[in-house]
Ligand binder design. Structure first.
Ligand code: AMP
Length: 191
């Protein structure tokens, strides 16, 4: 099974990605987690992307694409994977298309978690407060939303036109959303 999960910041991609990965026995690959891990370890990559993540902007495509390409060649990705937070730009869609063409693979579905934007801003502000992340202020959160709307939301139409989009209501309780996600994936990928 090869899946993508998409959704605006705060839509719950990471949580649902972990659960999908467990259910289908595939690795969940989060580009955001890879960047955060490198920042925590202060690797050269971490130092390069630190300010970009702090501002809520996107890491350059070439950097992100190289990381994903490298990760997808690891052994645990042979029988499938779930990409969480990639692709986020049209250029990244092209890079993933090239990878799939070269490896003779295809995507089975693109899960899109649908949540109202005001609800997301509210969620993110609450989360920032709980975790004491004072830098995650409303301006940065609004910037992340704007970047998502401009750069990434249009990709949904691309995958819809390919017949791959699996839209799921992401506004309920976490377990409820998970049930909806599992049902929608099973439905969409049933042979
Ligand atoms: P996430 O955890 O998916 O919300 O990602 C956290 C941050 O990492 C994003 O706000 C971006 O700064 C960066 N990032 C993650 N994935 C990508 C990507 N595919 N392209 C560019 N930047 C990314």
């Amino acid at each position: 099974m090869r899946l993508l999960i998409m959704g605006a910041p705060g839509a719950g991609k990471g949580t649902q990605a972990e659960r999908i990965a467990e259910r289908y026995g595939i690795p969940a690959i989060s580009t955001g987690d890879i960047f955060r891990d490198n920042i925590a370890r202060q690797t050269p990559l971490g130092r390069e992307v630190q300010a970009i993540l702090a501002a809520g902007d996107y890491v350059p495509d070439v950097v992100t694409e190289a990381i994903v390409e490298n990760r997808l060649h690891q052994d645990d990705c042979r029988d499938g994977w779930l990409l969480d937070g990639f692709p986020r730009t049209p250029h990244q869609v092209g890079a993933l298309d090239n990878h799939l063409r070269d490896s003779g693979e295809r995507i089975d579905g693109v899960v899109s978690l649908v949540v109202d934007e005001e609800k997301l801003v509210h969620r993110l502000l609450g989360r920032a407060q709980e975790e004491g992340r004072s830098d995650d202020n409303e301006l940065i959160i609004r910037n992340r939303m704007r970047v998502y709307a401009q750069e990434t939301a249009p990709l949904l139409a691309t995958y819809r036109s390919r017949g791959l989009l699996i839209e799921v209501d992401g506004s309920g309780e976490i377990d409820e959303v998970t049930e909806g996600v599992f049902a929608a994936i099973d439905d969409a990928t049933r042979a």
